[in-house]
Write a protein that binds this ligand. Structure first.
Ligand SMILES: Cc1ncc(COP(=O)(O)O)c(C=O)c1O
Length: 542
C-alpha cells in the first residue's frame, strides 16, 4: 500500500533520526525519509510513524486519535483502500521558478489542498529568518549590547512590514487622489496614506492568542461601561471559548446566528442585538471553513457610531485580500503568520491608537509589547512574519490570479461533473481560495479515507469518541448527514494545477464508487423521494 503513495528514488536521502524517550521505552522517529527505509520505523499511510516493538506500542497514535478511524480499520476495511496511484507527474514535478516549492516536500504524501489550515513557509521567508537564528541571536530586549540592538532592529522592521500590509492598498490612494482634487478629500487621503503606525502592532504567538487577548482584554478593561458582548455562531473556536470563559465571569454574550446558506451576518439582526451595555463586537473577516467574507465596513461603521470596540479575527484574510483597518474601522485585529507562508508560532494583534483602545493584558511579566504581551519576542519568527507580509503585498496580484484560476477550475470541475453536490458558503462574498462542498449520499469518513492521497479537511470535527458535524455548517442550516460528507478545499500560492486535476479525478471516481454502495442513492436513482419517507417515519414516531 505504501508503494502506491510514493517510493523515494534516492537512497541517499537524508534520514533525520530522533530518539524519543517515552514511558514505554525509547523509540526512533525518522523524518524526511523515504517510506521504505527498512529501519526502526516507517511512515504509515496517515503520515504517522509506526514503531517497532510490542503490539501495544507499535502504533504511534495520539490519545486523541478517533477510535472510528483506527489503523486496524484502515488496514482491513476495503473502503479505506486507495484505488488510484498518485501520478508520477505530480510527484516529480520540475521546479522552474527560483524560489517555488510547488510539488516538493511530498515524501509519502500527495496533493495538499488544505491551505486554510496552514501554508508552507515561503523559501524567501526562510532565507530572511535564517541569519537571526544563528548569527544575530541576541535577545531583542537586551539594551546593553549590539546583539540585542541588532535583534531589536530586525523586530522593528518586521513590525513595520506587518503594519504596511493592513494599511490598505497604496495604489488605491494614488488613484483616488488623482480623481479627488478638492482640498478636504486630499487631506483625508493623506492622513490615510500614513496608514497603520507600527506601534499599533503587538506581536503574539498567533491568532489564538490575539483573539484571547482582544476579547478578554477589552472585556476586562471596559467592564465598568458594560458587560455585553456580541459575536457570531461561526467564529473560530478560540473566539467562542474566550466568550464562554467571560460568561463564567458574569458577562453576557450574544452568539448571533448567521444567514442560512451564506453564513453572512445580517446587519439588521446585529443592530437589533445591540444593547446600551454592549462594549465589544467580535466578527471574523473570512470564515476558515466556508470562506465567507463578512460585511466588515458596515460592522465597523456601526461600532464606531455606537462607541463599541470592533474586534476582527482576520487570520484567514490577512495577505490574501487587501485589508485597510481604517476603511473597515477595525479597532482590534488578530493575525497569524502560518496562514500566509510565514512560520508557525507567531502572529500579531493590531491595537488602534486613535481613538485609543485599551486592553487588560493576560500575561504578567517584563512588560514587553507596550505592556500588553510580556515575554521575550522570538525575533527570528517576527522577521519571518514580516517577510511573509512583505511578500504578500508584492505577490498579491499573482496570488490572486493564480488562486482564482485554480479555484474556478475546481469549482467547475466539481459542480459540472458530480451530481447532488451542495456548495456551502456565500458564492458572492468570499475568499475564493476556500471552497466547501457537501457530497450527498456519501459516508463522510469513507470519502475522506478514500481521498487519503489528498490532504483536505472534513466537515466533521473529531472529538474524543465521535465525529461531530461542524458547528459552522450547522449554523448555516446544513443537516448533520450532509455536514459529515463535506470537504473543505484550500488553495494557495504553491498549489499546482496537477494537484487540482488529481483531486477532481479522485473525487469523481470515489464519490461515484461510494454512492454505488449507498442504498439511499439507489432509492434516489429510482426516483423515490427520500423526504417523503423521512416524513412518514417521523409521523409514525410522534
Ligand atoms: C479564523 C481563524 N482564527 C484563528 C485561528 C488560530 O490561529 P493560530 O493557529 O495562529 O493560533 C485560525 C487558524 O486555525 C483561524 O482560521
Amino acid at each position: 500500500m505504501l508503494s502506491r503513495v510514493r517510493s523515494s528514488g534516492s537512497a541517499a536521502k537524508t534520514v533525520a533520526k530522533m530518539r524519543l524517550q517515552t514511558t514505554s521505552g525509547v523509540i526512533n522517529l525518522n523524518f524526511g525519509t523515504n517510506s521504505s527505509n527498512g529501519g526502526g520505523s516507517h511512515r504509515n499511510n496517515r503520515g504517522r510513524n509506526i514503531i517497532n516493538g510490542s503490539n501495544s506500542s507499535r502504533r504511534f497514535l495520539s490519545s486523541e486519535s478517533p477510535t472510528t478511524v483506527s489503523f486496524e480499520k484502515m488496514e482491513t476495511d476495503k473502503r479505506y483502500q486507495p484505488t488510484t496511484d498518485v501520478p508520477e507527474s505530480l510527484l516529480d514535478k520540475d521546479v522552474t521558478s527560483e524560489f517555488s516549492i510547488a510539488g516538493q516536500f511530498r515524501e509519502g504524501r500527495a496533493a495538499y489542498l488544505d491551505m486554510s489550515a496552514t501554508t508552507p513557509v515561503d523559501p524567501r521567508v526562510f532565507d530572511a529568518m535564517a541569519p537571526y537564528m544563528i548569527g544575530s541571536y541576541g535577545n531583542p530586549h537586551s539594551k546593553t549590547h549590539a546583539f540585542g540592538w541588532e535583534a531589536e532592529a530586525a523586530v522593528e522592521i518586521a513590525r513595520a512590514q506587518v503594519a504596511a500590509l493592513i494599511s490598505g492598498d497604496p495604489k488605491a490612494d494614488d488613484d483616488d487622489d488623482a480623481v479627488n482634487g478638492d482640498n478636504k478629500t486630499t487631506k483625508k487621503k493623506l492622513r490615510r496614506k500614513r496608514g497603520v503606525d507600527p506601534k499599533e502592532i503587538i506581536f503574539t504567538s498567533g491568532a489564538t492568542e490575539s483573539n484571547n487577548l482582544s476579547i478578554k482584554g477589552a472585556a476586562h478593561f471596559y467592564k465598568k461601561r458594560g458587560k455585553h458582548i456580541i459575536t457570531t455562531q461561526t467564529e473560530h473556536k478560540c473566539v467562542l471559548d474566550s466568550c464562554r470563559s467571560l460568561e463564567m465571569e458574569g458577562y453576557d454574550v450574544t452568539y448571533l446566528p448567521v444567514q442560512q446558506q451564506t453564513g453572512r451576518v445580517d446587519m439588521d439582526e446585529l443592530k437589533a442585538a445591540l444593547r446600551d451595555d454592549t462594549i465589544l463586537i467580535s466578527v471574523m473577516a473570512v470564515n476558515n471553513e466556508i470562506g465567507t467574507l463578512q460585511p466588515l465596513k458596515e460592522i465597523g461603521e456601526l461600532c464606531r457610531s455606537r462607541k463599541i470596540v470592533f474586534h476582527c479575527d482576520a487570520a484567514q484574510m490577512l495577505g490574501k485580500m487587501p485589508i485597510d483597518v481604517d476603511e473597515f474601522k477595525i479597532d482590534l485585529m488578530s493575525m497569524s503568520s502560518h496562514k500566509v507562508y510565514g512560520p508557525k508560532g507567531i502572529g500579531a494583534l493590531y491595537v488602534r491608537r486613535r481613538p485609543r483602545i485599551r486592553l487588560e493584558p493576560i500575561f504578567s511579566g517584563g512588560g514587553q509589547e507596550r505592556g500588553l504581551r510580556s515575554g521575550t519576542l522570538p525575533h527570528a519568527l517576527c522577521v519571518g512574519f514580516g517577510a511573509a507580509c512583505d511578500l504578500a503585498s508584492t505577490e498579491h496580484d499573482f496570488d490572486k490570479e493564480w488562486i482564482e484560476y485554480l479555484a474556478e477550475k475546481l469549482r467547475k470541475g466539481i459542480e459540472d461533473n458530480i451530481p447532488e453536490v451542495v456548495r456551502n458558503g456565500d458564492p458572492e462574498h468570499n475568499y475564493p481560495g476556500c471552497l466547501n462542498y457537501s457530497f450527498a449520499y456519501v459516508e463522510g469518513e469513507s470519502l475522506l479515507m478514500a481521498l487519503k492521497n489528498i490532504a483536505v479537511s472534513s466537515g466533521s470535527a473529531c472529538t474524543s469518541a465521535s465525529l461531530e458535524p461542524s458547528y459552522v455548517l450547522r449554523a448555516l442550516g446544513v443537516d448533520d448527514e450532509l455536514a459529515h460528507s463535506s470537504l473543505r478545499f484550500g488553495i494557495g500560492r504553491f498549489t499546482t494545477e496537477d494537484e487540482v486535476d488529481f483531486v477532481l479525478e479522485l473525487l469523481g471516481k470515489h464519490v461515484e464508487r461510494l454512492r454505488e454502495m449507498s442504498p439511499l442513492w439507489e432509492m434516489v436513482q429510482e426516483g423515490i423521494d427520500l423526504k417523503e419517507i423521512q416524513c412518514s417515519q417521523d409521523e409514525h414516531h410522534h
